[in-house]
Design a protein around this ligand. Structure first.
Ligand code: AHR
Length: 501
């Protein structure tokens, strides 16, 4: 039996738990909107056409913030198409996903859905094919109380109160040549700066996210962030980071160690932000909005997964997730939380059907994929302060990263009620690990509950026929005695150790 040890030291805080770490993403892509959150002829649809079974799962998932409406989609989107009487809304070609967009669902619908889902909205403006004026118009429509053309138009469309949307993305992945209106770093930097300044003239309370690189593998990564921030530093609050991981032919241990890559991405972006801070002699720090992250089988999509004809809401990237994916998602969540000092927003991409933890069958059931569980476990339990927790113990050999610690962990501590939660994975496929954590710093805690998602088959997944195949269970055997916590982490598992008074 392998052993691993750690110690809770409340002084090793990474700051408060940012609720926005548990964000998600709804893009007009595939069946995320149409057939996902919205399906008017579904038996569980409400009077607005929102699927109430999906809404229940979104609440259970504990999502706090939802980015909308894209993604690549936003770079060719005209927001005005999605407001006003439905019968007047145009059908358009969506070149991002080779689909037909009916515009049946737009901003007003999303605002109402978000209120029912109890999530904050993060709205993206189109800086691909559009610019300063359209972004400013959207802020006026959304956030101005009334008495002007666009704010009165919102009222005429039935929404008297301003939406009060605080968090905005200045475009999406503008470094990517696949994007409508793709730009050089310099072109984007100027546009983002001027758009940010103008949007804040309408509403000074906005929090703004500039586009960082689409992936850390982009040839312009680093230089892109530096150029954008050299221009936009004082106008924005965050720089975005996007990263997807998949089993793409490498050894399984490398895939299971994907969080190493995420950590190095965060380190590099943070260093770039701070280098620009020094160069511009700024007093503030730019934080990271990790507003797209997940396991995504992008290879499958690129390999004939996008239809060649133009249809409404084709099924795109409806990836089926297995246990190994859930362990990776768990370790990515641990990484995001551990970096709470700089990662202030994070959105799992996406929410329903497309690259998603929730699957919604047409006219049928909604069910939880394996990756639903680590997200829900953390989003609903992480409260108070983040405490870094290093674990010493066995390592796993991976072709891409060499020797990697088998256990990856982070802790949160709440005060009312007094509690601590340790979130950890065992990424080894070979054996259980006996974890011992010194918790003498938390003498008020005496009970522990151990919840685990594991199993013998790394490739086991849920399906519509068997949605309960991979589900968490309560494990027996965890003990908390004399300031020592002991628990057994099964091979390839996601674990929650909840300590209470
Ligand atoms: O989430 C799917 C796509 O991934 C988004 O549209 C895009 O921003 C990213 O490349």
């Amino acid at each position: 039996m392998w052993k691993a040890t750690g110690r809770i030291d409340p002084d090793r805080s990474a700051g408060p738990v940012n609720r926005r770490t548990f964000g998600s993403f709804v893009e007009h892509m595939g069946r995320c909107v149409y057939g996902g959150i919205y399906e008017p002829d579904h038996p569980r649809a409400n009077e607005r056409g929102f699927r109430t079974d999906v809404l229940e799962l979104v609440r259970e998932l504990g999502v706090t913030t939802v980015r909308y409406p894209g993604g690549n989609f936003v770079s060719g989107y005209r927001w005005e198409d999605g407001i006003g009487p439905r019968q007047d809304r145009p059908r358009r070609l969506d070149t991002a996903w080779h689909s037909v967009e009916t515009n049946e669902f737009g901003l007003g619908e999303f605002v109402k859905w978000a209120s029912l889902a109890d999530v904050e909205i993060m709205l993206a403006v189109n800086l691909g094919t559009r610019g300063v004026q359209e972004a400013v118009d959207l802020v006026e429509y959304a956030n101005h109380p009334g008495g002007t053309h666009l704010s009165d138009l919102r009222r005429q469309n039935g929404d008297q109160d301003p939406y009060g949307i605080r968090l905005w993305c200045l475009g999406n992945e503008m470094d990517g040549p696949w994007q409508m209106g793709h730009k050089t770093a310099h072109e984007y930097a100027r546009l983002a700066t001027e758009t940010a300044r103008a949007m804040r003239m309408v509403d000074p309370s906005l929090e703004l996210v500039a586009c960082g690189s689409s992936t850390a593998e982009m040839p312009t990564f680093g230089a892109w962030e530096a150029t954008v921030l050299e221009h936009a530093y004082e106008q924005v609050d965050y720089i975005s980071a996007h990263a997807y991981y998949e089993k793409a032919g490498e050894d399984l241990s490398s895939f299971l160690s994907s969080s190493i890559r995420m950590q190095s991405f965060i380190d590099s972006v943070t260093s770039t932000c701070d280098a620009v801070k020094a160069k511009t002699r700024s007093k503030k720090s730019i934080n990271i909005s990790f507003d797209e992250w997940n396991v995504w089988y992008l290879n499958k999509l690129q390999d004939g997964g996008v239809p060649t004809d133009w249809v409404v809401a084709p099924a795109l990237s409806e990836d089926s997730y297995d246990l190994s994916d859930a362990v990776v998602v768990g370790s990515l969540l641990i990484t995001l939380l551990r970096n709470s000092e700089r990662v202030k927003v994070a959105c799992q991409a996406q929410l329903v059907n497309t690259i998603a933890p929730i699957r919604a069958e047409p006219k049928g059931a909604a069910w939880r994929q394996t990756i639903f569980y680590p997200f829900a476990d953390m989003a609903t339990r992480a409260k108070g302060t983040v405490v870094k927790l290093d674990v010493a113990g066995p390592t796993v050999h991976s072709d891409l990263y060499g020797e990697v610690g088998a256990v990856d962990a982070v802790c949160t501590m709440g005060t009312e009620p007094a509690e601590a939660v340790i979130f950890c994975i065992n990424r080894s496929q070979l054996g259980s690990i006996d974890l011992a954590v010194d918790v003498r710093a938390l003498p008020m805690l005496s009970r522990v509950e151990h919840r685990v998602l594991g199993g013998a088959d790394p490739f086991a997944s849920n399906s519509v026929a068997d949605p309960g195949h991979v589900v968490p269970r309560t494990a027996s055997g965890a003990r908390l005695t004399n300031g020592q916590l002991e628990a057994q982490l099964p091979p390839l598992s996601w674990n929650v150790l909840h300590l209470r008074a």
